[in-house]
Design a protein around this ligand. Structure first.
Ligand code: COA
Length: 408
């Protein structure tokens, strides 16, 4: 049986939303639907699978941008709301939606698709690869001393939602430039980030906001919640950092230190910190910070020459990569990449390949999240000419590490 697939009409939005929420095990709320339609939806990038008049599969893409090494933000099709109804699972509906969606993203001229995976086992088969890593942090507040102590040459202040909303985009723009994988935010994306209905809080407080400035310039922010625990009259609450970003590592440390000094709490948690965050190295007792790594942003290359010529490389070099794209073929072929810190070209070639890999591995190399050596050791890249893995690493490696603070 086949299930026709197409973008939805405005009149089908409510049914689409209900299908999405049901797919994730939620009941749709009308007020969320209204907000989503305004801020987080592009009708011509929606995709629904139909069984008769019933929507049985959903997916959308949004026109976001993602920072690539050395070259700033590039357009990406940001994929989300991926569901198939419980009545129609394991019939290939997701597979067909993925195929159509990747083709559409390529036709729009975007070099990559991107997503955050709710179910992380699924996406490799479609050529997505882990492109940024993130760490979950937790530390007992009384163990979170810094050596040497943090000195702040600027000023922290608590902010009202309105003051925060006004100041935060400019600070975020500076943070976006610091790392590959970061996504600039439009006004709509900020509206989504700052929306704070009770059912999004996971039982914690409404958002608190604080800003940091150096001289007259705002250069850091933190948004956090407090998860209250006050049993037997003893405060045992947790600071839950929702987002913390500074214009430089010193401001990051000041902001984290601020969170570690909020009274009547015992633990500070963050769901998403960069793997190479310098804060760990500043702690007096680093072992006290529990760190658990996981996947962050996933990318899918749909146009290899466009993607590889858009980024810069750490060292001058030339490498021929054979990409075997068995799912849709969009990234496949043999390509010669030649580049360095000042720019790069990537074109089809008939020369012998130095390395052979799939789109999944290419995506993981793209922002520098992993070394080619690790992927080769994992049996995921084949080295065809002596020294090619090392040469790939000299070129593709990038610091600071890729990280994405924008989940969607
Ligand atoms: C995940 C989901 C979209 C899959 O849809 P589907 O139409 O059943 O997927 P397909 O039939 O196209 O399956 C494609 C392949 O993925 C596998 N797969 C799909 N969902 C899987 C899951 N949750 N766990 C493990 N494997 C899964 C299938 O077994 C199939 O494997 P095969 O190619 O080896 O046969 C659907 O189960 C769903 O809506 N889940 C809840 C919402 C969700 O998790 N969405 C993903 C958000 S990132």
């Amino acid at each position: 049986m086949t299930y026709p697939m197409r973008a939805i009409k405005a009149s089908e939005f409510d049914a689409f939303r209900q299908a999405v929420e049901r797919g994730f095990g939620n009941h749709a709320r009308p007020e969320d639907g209204e907000f989503t339609r305004e801020n987080f939806f592009e009708f011509d990038r929606s995709l629904a699978a139909f069984d008769g008049t019933q929507i049985v599969g959903t997916a959308i893409a949004l026109s976001f941008r993602v920072t690539v090494p050395g070259a700033g933000p590039q357009p990406t099709g940001a994929v989300t709301m991926v569901t198939v109804q419980p009545t129609h699972r394991r019939r290939g509906i997701l597979t067909e939606m993925m195929r159509m969606q990747l083709q559409d993203i390529r036709e729009r001229g975007e070099a990559t698709a991107s997503l955050w995976a709710s179910e992380s086992i699924i996406y490799r088969r479609f050529g997505y690869g882990m492109a940024t890593l993130s760490e979950r942090w937790s530390i007992e507040r009384t163990r979170a001393g810094f050596a040497p102590p943090i000195t702040d040459t600027g000023r922290m202040r608590v902010a009202s939602p309105d003051e925060f909303k006004e100041a935060v985009p400019a600070i975020h723009d500076r943070a976006v430039a610091r790392r590959p994988g970061m996504m600039p935010r439009t006004e709509s994306m900020w509206a989504v980030r700052l929306r704070d209905p009770e059912h999004w809080r996971g039982g914690a407080s409404a958002l608190f906001f604080a800003l940091h400035s150096t001289g007259p310039v705002d250069d850091g922010y933190v948004m956090y919640r407090i998860r209250r625990d006050w049993r037997d009259g003893i405060p045992n609450s947790t600071i839950v950092i929702v987002e913390l970003a500074g214009a430089n590592p010193d401001v990051d440390a000041v902001l984290f230190n601020y969170c570690c000094n909020i009274d009547l709490t015992t633990t500070v948690e963050s769901w998403n910190r960069p793997v190479d965050d310098a804060i760990w190295w500043r702690l007096a007792d680093p072992r006290r910070l529990a760190r658990s790594p996981r996947d962050g942003l996933w990318l899918r290359i749909v146009d290899t020459p466009k993607a590889l010529s858009a980024r810069r490389y750490s060292a001058e070099g030339r490498i021929v990569v054979a990409v075997q794209d068995e799912f849709v073929g969009l990234a496949g072929g043999r390509f010669e990449v030649e580049g360095g810190p000042d720019g790069a070209t990537c074109r089809k070639t008939t020369r012998k390949a130095d390395i052979t890999l799939g789109p999944t591995e290419l995506a993981s190399l793209y922002l520098g999240a992993v070394s080619a050596r690790s992927l080769a050791d994992a049996g995921r890249i084949v080295e065809n000419s002596a020294g090619a893995i090392d040469r790939t690493d000299l070129m593709f490696d990038w610091r600071p590490a890729a990280w994405c603070s924008q989940d969607f």
